[in-house]
Ligand binder design. Structure first.
Ligand code: CA
Length: 216
């Protein structure tokens, strides 16, 4: 995996820790080097880089690759930017974090990007969600989705009409041990609604969760 981090001490401790649990870590310390890097299966990307902002790095990488990207942020305001600017990151971690937290996120995003067990294409009205190709088409037009957005859409669309509880969604799409806020979920739901062009596809069920329904 590619570690993009300009802080030498953090980079070194992450590299050691991740190597110890079996990951091969390639380290670069600038945004430019990150954008130019090739042949890695996952990117861990610090948002605060000396040359190019991490979010811009993320967007550049997204233009050419679907590789899972985990953003590292130093401050709360940066988390808001990660969530708000739709940079295409799959997940984020706020510093300080434990190696255990990071490896859990790595496992989660890797599992998703490797693909799910065989499952059939989901068709709801004009929407087609293909879990093998990991593509979603609305009336034959592809909807560009991040890995997280795709997982969320697939989960909801697979059982139209059923209310999915927030906790259940968080556990399924984000992490198996999610105890944090579900603000991320709301942000992703809002983005998917926007991309589908009609908010009625995903109905909020107050105090419980969300239900997927074809708008009529
Ligand atoms: Ca930094």
């Amino acid at each position: 995996m590619l570690l993009v981090e300009d802080d030498v001490a953090i980079a070194e401790s992450l590299r050691e820790g991740l190597s110890a649990v079996g990951h091969t870590v390639q380290h670069v310390s600038t945004g430019k080097a990150a954008i130019d890097a090739m042949n890695y299966e996952l990117m861990i990307l610090d948002i605060g880089l000396p040359d190019i902002d991490g979010l811009d790095v993320c967007r550049s990488v997204r233009k050419k690759s679907n590789v899972p990207i985990i953003m590292l942020t130093a401050r709360n305001e940066e988390i808001d930017r990660v969530l708000g600017l739709e940079s295409g990151a799959d997940d984020y971690l706020a510093k300080p974090f434990s190696l255990r937290e990071l490896t859990a996120r790595i496992r989660a995003v890797s599992r998703r990007s490797v693909g799910q067990p065989e499952s059939d294409t989901v068709v709801v009205g004009g929407l087609v969600v293909d879990p093998v190709a990991r593509r979603a088409l609305l009336r034959n037009t592809e909807i560009p989705l991040t890995a997280k957005e795709f997982d969320l859409l697939e989960l909801l669309a697979r059982e139209p009409g059923r209310v999915h509880r927030r906790q259940e969604i968080m556990e399924s799409v984000w992490d198996s041990n999610w105890f944090g806020s579900t603000k991320t979920l709301d942000v992703h739901i809002a983005t998917i609604r926007k991309k589908l062009g009609d908010p009625r596809w995903i109905e909020a069920v107050r105090g419980i969760g969300f239900r997927f329904t074809e708008p009529r």
